[in-house]
Design a binder for this molecule. Structure first.
Ligand code: PMP
Length: 357
């Protein structure tokens, strides 16, 4: 049994892989869900069920539409600015890491006014800025709810008053309940917490659709996807099918409250080991900004990092190598990582420190 701590695409619930595999092979040749029209009854049922289940499970309010689009969160960096930021207006961005920066690059490329309302760059993004310098007239405030590379996460969404939040939730999508009150737009790929690559789930306040300009190409308009119920063009049918199965699994795991509780427990196991062995390991994130999804740390003796990852691999733990901008180790412990995986990692951290400390 391997434990996959990779940052994404990531581990899937075993039951989802089994059900998908069986369903594809047991269908008549040429008639599996992957081989039929996206306008036919069989696929329609999958599509509608995934949308409905997502709304129910995530408590998405009626004022928000749910869209299934392609192009990843990376396309959303451009779509957010293209659709929600009108000429002559400005948007605020909070810079909490590499992905936030990429979003800021895209608004710049579109030649639109924007400000950086907060940043933790001077501290190599080891925390979520507590104070923001917000423009009350901004079109939106863009944040990255979980910083996959640096291992920091908002413990709660910032209060931006009447200005809607636009949230990149790529690496904590559906990992726990969301307070939707201040959110105007949110998006994230399914491939970390909720399925496989190819599907980006977008949540958009219907009132914001009116901001779009005539010059926006059809496929890049949120309104196109909302009005066509995410069937304007051929959707990523396999990714949506898997998304539906993962949502069903989440329902059986106690809904999002249950999933969140398990995620907290998992993170605690790893952070406890880290804190206990602080003479050997050093966490990257400040305590109050710690991510429940990506635990980032260095070995105090960096020359042991390679040996750590190699020894972990021998115990069937894969994907632990940290991103080059932080170095060291990153354990991604998304929804489908079982509690046992985190226990095995924590035990290994103790053993390794004992042997090399
Ligand atoms: N934002 C964050 C926080 C991410 O972690 C990622 C992917 N790792 C992205 C954006 C980019 O997502 P995609 O590859 O789906 O475009």
């Amino acid at each position: 049994m391997s434990y996959n701590f990779g940052p994404g695409p990531a581990v899937l619930p075993r039951c989802v892989v089994e059900e998908a595999g069986q369903s594809l092979l047991s269908s008549e040749v040429g008639l599996s869900i992957l081989e039929v029209s996206h306008r036919g009854d069989a696929y329609q049922e999958v599509h509608e069920a995934a949308l409905a289940r997502c709304r129910r499970l995530y408590g998405v309010p009626d004022r928000m539409a749910i869209g299934f689009v392609q192009g990843g969160a990376s396309l959303q960096f451009a779509m957010v600015a293209q659709n929600l930021l009108r000429q002559g207006r400005s948007a605020d961005y909070v810079n909490t890491g590499s992905w936030s920066k990429k979003a800021i690059v895209e608004v710049g490329r579109l030649g639109k006014d924007h400000r950086v309302a907060g940043t933790s760059e001077a501290d190599n993004f080891n925390h979520i800025p507590a104070e923001l310098d917000l423009d009350p007239e901004a079109e939106y405030v863009h944040i990255t709810t979980n910083n996959t590379i640096f291992g920091t996460q908002y413990s709660q969404l910032p209060d931006t008053g009447a200005v809607p939040l636009a949230a990149d939730m790529s690496s904590d999508l559906l990992s726990g309940p969301v307070k939707w009150d201040g959110v105007g737009l949110a998006y994230g790929g399914a491939q970390k917490n909720a399925g496989v690559a190819g599907l980006t789930v977008v949540f958009v306040d219907r009132d914001l659709l009116a901001r779009e300009s005539d010059s926006t190409p059809t496929i890049l308009r949120y309104s196109t996807h909302v009005e066509a119920n995410s069937l304007f063009n051929t959707p990523p049918v396999f990714a949506i099918y898997i998304f539906g199965l993962v949502l069903k699994w989440m329902e059986s795991a106690g809904g999002l409250a249950g999933v969140a509780q398990t995620n907290r427990r998992k993170a605690e196991l790893v952070y406890n080991a880290l804190d206990e062995l602080s003479e050997f390991y050093v966490g990257h994130a400040q305590r109050d900004s710690r991510s429940l999804m990506n635990v980032t740390f260095n070995l105090r003796d960096a020359s042991l990092t390679e040996a750590f990852c190699a020894a972990a691999l021998e115990r069937d733990m894969v994907g632990l190598k940290g991103h080059r901008s932080v170095g060291g180790v990153r354990a991604s412990i998304y929804n489908a990582m079982p509690v046992e995986g985190c226990q095995v990692l924590a035990d290994f951290m103790r053993d390794f420190a004992r042997q090399h400390g």
